[in-house]
Design a protein around this ligand. Structure first.
Ligand SMILES: Cc1cc2nc3c(=O)[nH]c(=O)nc-3n(C[C@H](O)[C@H](O)[C@H](O)COP(=O)(O)O)c2cc1C
Length: 358
């Protein structure tokens, strides 16, 4: 039987020590220029020490125009390299594998931070976003690729392209809005081109040891379930990625598309993987939840909230079949003192996730 403690072999790079991955978690703890702070370093290194097989950074901006939050980590210039290098070294020392989530906010960037209108595949006056020129689209592909090259130079084991949650990559996939007629929109083939060119470019310009992953939304934000599934199928068949993480919000949820029965997870676990790993995320708060994901056919269990509540969620779940996270809401001092959650992250959580913090 598959166990949560089993190591995992990937097509490229080193094996992961077990099946737990830290979810990418925006924590707004970076310096204003996107360089790493001690609080962000300590938060992630504690998760490495806490037994996660893979430790993933927050959504990290690949270009200044894609910054979506104050305090977001950057990988857009070589000025970000010293902090990232220090982080990669510290993570390696804990025994975890490491990855940077590569992100561009597109129309959901923060124009007030960036001092320019947001970029988007289409004109979006409501969001004050302006359609990218063809040259800007090509530059943006290059920004993702350069960022991945930088991640490898910093010493990370890999990078994950953030194709989920309706940010720039997801905006290109959006069948409701992306009607570009320059080869980067319109048909399904043209809407998936941005994603595939980013993945191809990264594969070409990083070494055979570098682990490339992708995160996708299964449906919603202009992506039908059929198209979400087809994108995942094509990416897995392309041999470009080592891992695909499906961001389900709740691993036990049903499709939102009317008339679709069963569980959303099953629409992705049944796709041929061609050696890549399939991860799932959403609502895993106990060993039982995590084991259920493996029984259902996932290779990797991605944990977000549970890892905020316990830096050592992975180690605890591997050691104890009855482990369940602590009751919420949790006093600030507990998360600060025991779980290495810094003040800026605590404030961010208190603003957006009021059930988490007392
Ligand atoms: C505070 C917070 C920050 C998040 N930041 C990101 C992010 O930077 N990138 C991303 O892909 N998902 C992000 N997510 C989504 C999580 O990665 C995860 O998919 C989601 O929270 C569901 O998993 P969970 O129930 O284990 O938390 C965030 C979620 C939370 C709660």
């Amino acid at each position: 039987m598959t166990s949560l403690a089993d190591p995992l072999t990937l097509p490229h790079g080193p094996a992961w020590p077990n099946r737990f991955s830290l979810a990418p978690l925006t924590n707004t703890q970076s310096h204003p220029d996107g360089t790493l702070s001690d609080d962000e370093h300590d938060w992630l290194v504690a998760r490495g020490r806490g037994g996660f097989g893979l430790t993933m950074t927050c959504a990290t901006y690949v270009a200044p125009a894609g910054r979506a939050w104050g305090g977001q980590l950057g990988i857009a210039s070589d000025e970000h390299l010293p902090g990232l290098t220090r982080l990669a070294e510290s993570l390696r020392a804990t025994g975890t594998r490491s990855s940077v989530q590569l992100h561009h906010g597109g129309r959901r960037s923060d124009a007030t931070l960036n001092g320019r209108p947001n970029q988007c595949p289409w004109d979006d006056p409501d969001k004050g976003a302006v359609a990218m020129t063809t040259a800007e689209v090509e530059q943006s592909v290059e920004d993702f690729v350069s960022a991945a090259v930088r991640a490898e130079r910093a010493g990370f084991d890999g990078a994950q392209v953030h194709g989920a949650h309706g940010y720039l990559v997801g905006q290109f996939l959006d069948g409701r809005h992306n009607r570009r007629d320059d080869g980067w929109g319109g048909s399904f083939e043209h809407r998936t081109r941005f994603l595939l060119e980013v993945l191809r470019g990264i594969r070409e310009r990083t070494s055979d040891d570098f682990q490339l992953a992708l995160r996708l939304t299964p449906e919603g934000s202009g992506i039908t379930l059929d198209e979400g599934r087809e994108t995942a199928r094509q990416v897995l068949a392309s041999g470009l990625v080592d891992a695909l993480d499906m961001s389900l919000w709740d691993v036990r949820m049903a499709p939102r598309t009317p008339g679709e029965d069963g569980l959303l997870i099953d629409r992705f676990t049944d796709l041929p993987r061609h050696g890549a790993l399939l991860g799932v995320a959403g609502g895993v708060v106990s060993t039982e939840d995590a084991a259920w994901c493996l029984e259902r056919g996932a290779d990797v269990v991605t944990v977000g909230t549970g890892a905020i509540l316990h830096h050592d969620f992975a180690a605890r779940a591997i050691a104890d079949p009855a482990f369940v996270v602590r009751p919420r809401p949790v006093p600030r001092a507990v998360l600060a003192d025991e779980e290495a959650v810094g003040p800026a992250f605590l404030d961010y959580l208190a603003r957006g996730w009021d059930d988490l913090i007392a």
